[in-house]
Design a protein around this ligand. Structure first.
Ligand SMILES: Nc1ncnc2c1ncn2[C@@H]1O[C@H](COP(=O)(O)OP(=O)(O)OP(=O)(O)O)[C@@H](O)[C@H]1O
Length: 626
């Protein structure tokens, strides 16, 4: 199916879903409205002819009463039409957005969200979705204009077929020009999407609480504002150029229309003078030419704007019909409870074909019931490995197996239901404390006991209980909340970094049914005592469960059943802590460096640090300050 036809079918489906009766009513009112101007023109012509003929009052009344009724209808119907159209529009828009976000859930991995072209299309799609009612309204308007034009053409044909042809032919170049303009407008929108996204990005940074600290500390306000305005000016320039063209075309069309109307009027008056036309015919002619001119101009701009909206709506239809980004088996196997373990077999991975390899042939087994730790320098690929295990990406080469079954053959949602994870860059939602923990398992949303138990395990229960509204306290300063009746609205509170980290841990603990737990730097923001405490809790909780722990705190991983050291995308060494210390490789060096930091000895000089370790290179001297 062509994309235009698909978009039209999609729009028709939306309208039908929004309410068939409403759509039919809207169509009826629209079409009646369309016929009214033609009726007025004909009735006026008849009244004038009857007047000239010297008709009786009764004869005139037979025409005047319908004329008054039509006039009343012309006054009342637009309001009714607007009311039905607005309700239809709201329903179409809500349903369209729902479909859009349902479709986005079909995206299995992270790849599309890191692809600028996809993000641009997504922005246009959500615009297309919210514009669905406008599109539907334009389509109805177009149909109504066609009806009005049809009525007037019929009238002009009756009076003078030659004039009807002239008026119609004059409309064709305008139609073509407007459609070309609409195409250019839609193309421009796609071209400007990255510019507008960057502008939004800077304006968001300037107003975001996350960035506010650095923006003030480093004096970034003017710098970011300049960049934001530069993006805006780029978009303005492009719009201006387009609108100049628009202006020329529109101006030309108006001129052409005025000339035709003027010529037609002179012809009609001269024809009435010689008796070829009646006075009523002249009035009909004036109304028909004006109606046709107005109708054609409305048709031209209606087609152009509907075409433009259709192109925009095409992005919406594309996203609504999006295929999963990672292959999903037609009949995926349910993910069974883990019994043997997870195996990475010669896994190679890079984020894109033009980016360097991050993992180069990683083969590693995470046996069932064991705690495996992965350590390595910054950028070694540890978090990448964790994301591959969640199937947020697929290996570029090689495979990952869950009890021998390739992850690609499992249902992604089923796999994730068996996983628990705390990511290094966990989310801090502007929700209540209760909701912030419950996102780990939404079934616990109304089960405060479960939420509390998870918070106790993560060691954050005391802190949350001490908040003004306990677990119902909003963890945000961004919104005003009224959580309890009769209470003043409050703006909530924010937690410290370490407390947030514990909330993220509580989310993971809520998934106590998870077969496999991934903990990516779960304690990096904690003070030493808290870190020790969290690791004790995790060890107790994770005993006999399969887990992967990623940490730079080597003291935290020393008790793992297996420690794998990732370097240059490969497993450089693996074994238990004692074995790795005895091997005296990278792990042993890193461990000794960290241990020395805790002892009362001189810290080794930069030369003693492994390549790439912070501090391994002498830092260049900063330029002298003015
Ligand atoms: N989404 C992405 N797109 C492109 N490259 C990425 C992406 N995420 C990570 N990388 C790159 O992959 C490499 C490995 O990153 P990763 O986050 O896996 O390292 P890490 O070992 O967890 O590091 P750290 O110890 O600093 O957390 C880095 O060079 C990083 O720049």
């Amino acid at each position: 199916m062509s994309s235009t036809r698909r978009s039209i079918a999609e729009a028709a489906g939306l309208v039908w879903h929004a309410g068939p009766m409403r759509a039919v009513c809207h169509a009826l009112v629209t079409f009646v409205q369309a016929a009214l101007p033609v009726a007025v023109a004909w009735l006026t012509k008849l009244v004038l002819d009857e007047l000239v003929r010297g008709a009786t009052v009764a004869e005139l009344a037979a025409l005047l009463v319908p004329l008054v009724v039509v006039g009343v209808a012309i006054a009342a119907l637009p309001q009714l039409s607007a009311y039905i159209g607005a309700e239809l529009g709201r329903r179409v828009s809500t349903y369209a957005l729902d479909r859009l976000y349902v479709a986005m859930e079909r995206i299995v991995g992270l790849g599309p969200f890191e692809t600028p072209a996809f993000l641009d299309r997504l922005r246009l799609a959500s615009q297309g979705g919210t514009m669905a009612p406008v599109f539907v309204g334009s389509a109805f308007g177009l149909a109504s204009t066609v009806l009005t034009i049809g009525g007037f053409i019929g009238s002009v044909v009756i009076l003078s077929p030659v004039m009807a042809v002239v008026v119609l032919v004059a409309g064709v170049p305008a139609l073509i020009a407007q459609i070309a303009l609409a195409r250019r407008r839609a193309k421009l929108m796609l071209e400007l999407a990255p510019v507008q996204r960057r502008e939004f990005f800077y304006s968001h940074l300037l107003g975001s609480v996350e960035a506010a600290k650095e923006v003030r500390l480093f004096g970034l306000g003017a710098f970011m504002r300049a960049r934001m305005l530069a993006e805006r000016r780029t978009a303005d320039r492009a719009h201006r150029a387009l609108e100049r063209r628009d202006l020329l075309v529109e101006g030309g069309l108006e001129l052409l229309g005025a000339l035709i109307a003027g010529g037609g009027l002179i012809w009609a008056v001269l024809a009435a003078r010689t008796g070829t036309l009646t006075v009523g015919d002249v009035s009909m002619f004036i109304a028909a030419v004006a109606g046709l001119q107005g109708g054609l101009s409305a048709l031209v701009s209606g087609i152009a704007s509907t075409h433009h909206q259709l192109l925009l709506f095409g992005h919406y239809a594309d996203i609504v019909h999006i295929e999963p980004d990672l292959p999903v088996a037609a009949d995926p196997e349910p993910t069974p409870p883990l019994r043997q373990g997870i195996e990475l077999r010669d896994v190679w991975f890079r984020y894109a074909d033009d980016l360097p390899w991050i993992l180069r042939g990683v083969t590693l087994t995470l046996p069932y019931g064991k705690a495996v730790a992965v350590v390595g320098l910054n950028g070694a690929g540890k978090s990448t490995l964790a994301k591959l295990l969640c199937r947020l990406y697929d290996p570029t080469r090689g495979s990952i197996h869950w009890d021998g079954v390739d992850l690609r053959d499992l249902d992604p949602a089923g796999l994730r239901a068996r996983l628990g994870a705390v990511f290094q860059d966990h989310m801090t939602y502007d929700f209540s404390a209760r909701d912030n923990i419950a996102v780990g398992d939404l079934r616990a949303l109304d089960d405060l006991d479960r939420i509390k138990a998870a918070a106790i395990r993560a060691g954050v229960d005391d802190a949350i209980s001490a908040l003004p509204d306990g677990y119902d306290t909003a963890l945000t300063r961004m919104f005003v909340f009224t959580l309890k009746r009769g209470k003043q609205p409050s703006t909530g509170v924010t937690l410290s970094g370490g407390q947030w980290q514990r909330v993220a841990l509580a989310r993971a603990f809520l998934r106590d049914h998870a077969d496999f737990m991934i903990l990516d730097e779960p304690s990096s923001g904690l003070d030493p005592e808290a870190e020790h405490d969290v690791h004790l809790r995790m060890r107790r909780y994770r005993a006999d469960r399969t887990s992967l722990l990623i940490s730079h705190r080597l003291n935290a991983v020393r008790e793992a059943d297996l420690i794998a050291v990732l370097a240059d995308g490969e497993i450089a060494e693996q074994g238990r802590h004692d074995e790795l210390m005895a091997a005296d490789g990278l792990y042993a060096r890193l461990f000794r460096i960290q241990a020395s930091g805790y002892q009362d000895e001189a810290v080794p000089g930069p030369g003693a640090l492994p390549d790439g370790f912070p501090g391994a290179l002498p830092l260049p001297r900063p330029p002298d300050l003015p």
